[in-house]
Design a protein around this ligand. Sequence first.
Ligand SMILES: NC(=O)c1ccc[n+]([C@@H]2O[C@H](COP(=O)([O-])OP(=O)(O)OC[C@H]3O[C@@H](n4cnc5c(N)ncnc54)[C@H](O)[C@@H]3O)[C@@H](O)[C@H]2O)c1
Length: 405
Amino acid sequence: MLGITRNRPLPRSGMDFAESRQRSSLAGKVLFAVILTVVCVIVLRQSSSYNSSIFSRHESGVTHILVTGGAGYIGSHATLRLLTDSYRVTILDNLSRGNLGAVKVLQKQFPEPGRLQFIYSDLGDAKAVNKIFSDNAFDAVMHFAAVAYVGESTLEPLRYYHNITSNTLLLLEAMAAHNVKTLIYSSTCATYGEPDKMPITEITPQVPINPYGKAKKMAEDIILDFSKNSDMAVMILRYFNVIGSDPEGRLGEAPRPELREQGRISGACFDAARGIIPGLKVKGTDYKTPDGTCVRDYIDVTDLVDAHVKALAKAKPSKVGIYNVGTGRGRSVKEFVEACKKATGVNIQVEFLDRRPGDYAEVYSDPSKILRELNWSAQHTDLQESLQTAWRWQKSHKNGYGSSL
Ligand SMILES: NC(=O)c1ccc[n+]([C@@H]2O[C@H](COP(=O)([O-])OP(=O)(O)OC[C@H]3O[C@@H](n4cnc5c(N)ncnc54)[C@H](O)[C@@H]3O)[C@@H](O)[C@H]2O)c1
């Protein structure tokens, strides 16, 4: 060992040598991950072409749903529910933010031909999207694909208008051209901005205050204008803050590490509990709320996907339904952090900072319309329980879906 070391040219310092070894091992890992991802995409694309004939024709008694953004957090959970309920599903995702690992979990759960296919494509590519609509017989579209971070939208507004507004327009054009007549659209409470009156109903004026909310509102307007002269069945669901994960632990929320800073509160709590970040940064303690921190309405992803299935079942030609999807109860960030400490069993360190641009003080829903018309109400309303479920997945997937690739 010593001899080998002596015969080598000496590194400039021990530190440099260790760094260069670290760098080359990191480069090796990155290369390995890239190769593995490419191989997986090729395999998944090949398996989808094998099934393509089944997906290209309508079959009586089978409803074929195009799930855009199905490799993402909510889209993957929706796909799981749709497949469980015997729908046929095509996921369209460019994997810019989603996880191939989530698609693989779904394919493993539902391996039978004609259940699930994955198409790796970008919704902004009109030609590719049109070909996908030509090659497949969709009955309905659930449109989840989007960039979805308020803070990021203030830094990169054009990206948000392009990805959310323009892509929704392209998707609608493809649906119209190929006679696909049902759309379930993922909208957000961010379209309301900061209303004077709480709770927020569906007729609360929409005055979004950040590019994310504005881009979603514009997309809604395009859909609504189009639907006036069309027989399309449209359901617009305005979600409040989504948390939790599959109670059976098959799926979870795994945003890209580089999005952590932009990220959502649950992800930050778990990262802090796992020691990935030193603690939690609570941004803003001087809002006009009972404890000074922002108040939000947290909806469990299991309930949210249930709302989608109910919306799909009740969608009617030439009709538009617009619904808030929330619990109807606001919880402060401080309350959330306490629930997260209990759910994880970790005494998370909390640092209180100035407000973040684009945030609003208090937002919670009036969910009575969706109860009345779709017979839906949130069932998983115990914050700690939802966080505990999500935490179980986080603990067993320390690298997100990375380890399952
Ligand atoms: N998470 C929340 O709290 C929340 C709240 C309100 C509304 N929403 C909406 O729900 C939807 C899903 O959000 P999420 O939290 O699952 O986000 P996510 O980032 O986990 O999933 C979005 C998915 O869309 C894909 N995607 C993005 N741009 C694409 C493109 N151009 N072509 C193809 N695929 C593309 C990404 O790769 C990703 O898989 C979004 O429309 C979001 O605005 C989310």
